[in-house]
Design a protein. Structure first.
Length: 135
């Protein structure tokens, strides 16, 4: 099961060469991930109210092609791995108009309480654990 997120590239996200600066793709991943969790009825506000944070442990990106101002990007994301303590989310970004793959990548996360102590959702918040298992 996956999730699709769409966004337009803003002018300020481009560099002197007129293409999206590489660091912005990581921001796009986060935007897509936040929308995904919100649509799965787990917005970050709700997670934080339940003393759950999801820090990023690592990011891996393979840049395939570039996007420019005004392009619309389609981001397909999916759960690659989930253990109730950690998760890995996969991403594929495409140009909506051309269908060209812009990037493939993943982000690795763990679940912690607000003091950044690792937690198991299975024990800490079983209702969220079930939702994450179904993503």
């Amino acid at each position: 099961m996956g999730y699709t997120f769409e966004r337009k590239v803003n002018y300020y996200e481009t560099d002197k060469m007129g293409v999206v600066h590489h660091s912005n793709y990581i921001r796009y991943m986060e935007e897509a991930r936040c929308a995904w969790l919100k649509d799965a009825e787990m917005p970050f506000e709700s997670l934080e109210e339940n003393n759950i944070t999801i820090p990023v442990l690592g990011v891996n990106c393979d840049y395939k092609y570039h996007a420019t101002f005004g392009d619309t990007i389609i981001i397909n994301l999916f759960m690659k791995e989930y253990t109730s303590v950690r998760m890995t989310v996969g991403y594929e970004m495409k140009d909506k108009k051309t269908g060209k793959i812009l990037l493939t990548g993943e982000t690795r996360h763990c679940f912690t309480n607000k003091a950044l102590k690792p937690i198991s959702l299975r024990k800490h918040a079983p209702e969220f654990d079930i939702k994450f298992q179904n993503l």
